[in-house]
Design a protein around this ligand. Structure first.
Ligand SMILES: O=P(O)(O)OC[C@H]1O[C@H](O)[C@H](O)[C@@H](O)[C@@H]1O
Length: 196
């Protein structure tokens, strides 16, 4: 029997609750606090101090039961809290897919930005409810909350894509997103590599 007849899960309905921003049945939920974001903000001293004090939750990722396995298409809802660290807007760690696969995001609530970097070019997509952001293969991606309320988006991605966080630590993301004095989002050159 071809191995595609032996998938680990059955066809199933997954209920999306647009008010509570949940997927039911639920898979694993990941909570990332400031202590999980070492080396990613330009002002590492401010990040480190925040991690040592309140250590706030920066974002959560809640998943459906579809596993991160080759040829599956898992879904997750990421919710990024509003905030900034020395002006740099709160964001996900950002990662590259080691085997260069694409991904789609659908913005659900709040406002955000989808920052992408392929090692040379940077792309920024403004995300508001209803926007689908397409991440082509080979582009590292990071999401940013640009507003004053939680920013949530649905992601659908190849289960075998993987998460290479080291790539971002090594290459950066091309730009960083800051809150300007008038509340508008300012993109600035990545400038300093973490740890330098
Ligand atoms: O993994 P991060 O860069 O922290 O991003 C947070 C999450 O964003 C999206 O939901 C992706 O599909 C997840 O795979 C990822 O874990």
């Amino acid at each position: 029997m071809p191995d595609f007849h032996a998938l680990p899960i059955q066809p199933q309905a997954i209920q999306f609750d647009s008010e509570r921003l949940t997927l039911t049945p639920e898979g694993p939920t990941l909570t990332r606090r400031m202590s999980d974001l070492a080396g990613l903000f330009l002002d590492e001293a401010a990040r480190s101090a925040a991690a040592a004090n309140e250590n706030p939750v920066v974002y959560t990722v809640t998943s459906s039961p579809v596993p991160e396995a080759d040829r599956e298409l898992p879904q997750s809802i990421t919710t990024i809290m509003p905030g900034n660290t020395s002006g740099e807007l709160w964001m996900t760690k950002g990662h590259q897919h080691p085997n260069h696969q694409g991904e789609i995001y659908l913005a659900l609530s709040g406002t955000g930005g989808l920052l992408m970097f392929d090692g040379e070019q940077t792309s920024w997509i403004e995300m508001r409810p209803g926007t689908i952001g397409y991440i082509p293969p080979g582009w590292a991606h990071r999401s940013v909350n640009t507003g004053d309320e939680p920013y949530a988006f649905l992601a659908v991605y190849p289960g075998g894509a993987g998460h290479d966080y080291g790539w971002v630590l090594e290459h950066g993301m091309g730009k960083r997103a800051f809150r300007g004095p008038d509340g508008a989002t300012l993109l600035r050159p990545y400038a300093e590599q973490p740890g330098t």
